[in-house]
Design a protein around this ligand. Structure first.
Ligand SMILES: C[S@@+](CC[C@H](N)C(=O)[O-])C[C@H]1O[C@@H](n2cnc3c(N)ncnc32)[C@H](O)[C@@H]1O
Length: 254
């Protein structure tokens, strides 16, 4: 028997909890991104959610903007299954796309050309120094002129400013110590362990492992690499519009 929407939504809610456990400002960051969209776009628009996971950002966007439509893109079969199971097409306004943002040509897999907005949360840190500039060139193809790009992620100072990078790391330890330093990643791991044991999701793991084996580890490119990639891809304006140390939202205009 097919699994119910309610059962898939329980998987989704557990995803939300594990993401929140290492990013307590996650909800505030989502809200700030959607505030920018509301200020910049008319009520009817098409947005991309890049590295969507099971659709946390897509869901919030579609709930807040009832005339918008969204394309959710990821290349992990497990999170795509949870997202599609939990939200389906959201009344015809949500499309799910299986595509690798680290490879050339991903924009060809999109169902719409020249979208009005592209958003991403906690995902683009996966792209390394080779893939990131290519990703931004591809993104420029997917968006119309004047479109909005918003990336909420850890955007490290890294080698650009080692002093601030050290400060950010110390503050992170201060915040998590005694609260959940040892649990910072444990909720994330517990979710994936449970997914692997689940009969339906477990079937997707060989493909997941195969895809992940083709990828480098986190690129964790510094903020400056994002700014450079955007500028070289023809984005007109890019700046940080929200931040808590290295947890930031980068806004750019196509
Ligand atoms: C930490 S999750 C965040 C998911 C979601 N945006 C959220 O905020 O809950 C990172 C997501 O990025 C996706 N991702 C990483 N590299 C990717 C790539 N090259 N192409 C497509 N998706 C990718 C992963 O599969 C994963 O679903």
């Amino acid at each position: 028997m097919a699994r119910s929407r309610a059962a898939w939504r329980r998987w989704f809610l557990r995803w939300e909890a594990q993401q929140e456990s290492f990013n307590p400002l996650r909800e505030a960051r989502f809200s700030a991104m959607l505030d920018v969209l509301q200020a910049r776009l008319p009520s009817r628009f098409t947005a991309l959610d890049l590295g969507c996971g099971p659709g946390a950002l897509s869901l919030r966007l579609l709930q807040r903007f009832p005339r918008a439509r969204c394309v959710a893109v990821d290349h992990d079969p497990v999170v795509l299954r949870v997202g599609e199971g939990a939200w389906g097409s959201f009344g015809g306004r949500l499309r799910w796309v299986d595509a690798d943002l680290g490879r050339p040509g991903w924009a060809d897999a999109l169902p719409f050309r020249r979208c009005d907005a592209a958003l991403s949360t906690t995902a683009l840190h996966w792209l390394d120094g080779r893939a990131l500039p290519r990703f931004y060139r591809e993104l420029a193809r997917a968006l119309r002129r004047g479109a909005v790009f918003l990336n909420g992620d850890r955007l490290p100072w890294g080698r650009d400013d080692p002093e601030l990078a050290r400060l950010a790391e110390r503050v992170r330890k201060v915040r998590f110590r005694g609260v959940r330093l040892d649990r910072e990643w444990s909720a994330w791991k517990a979710w994936w362990d449970a997914a692997e044991r689940d009969p339906e999701l477990g079937k997707l793991f060989p493909e997941r492992v195969r895809r992940h084996s083709q990828h480098p580890q986190h690129g964790d490119e510094p903020l400056s690499a994002h700014l450079r990639g955007l500028r070289r891809a023809g984005f007109a304006r890019a700046d940080v519009v929200w931040r808590d140390l290295e947890n930031a939202i980068l806004l750019a205009r196509r």
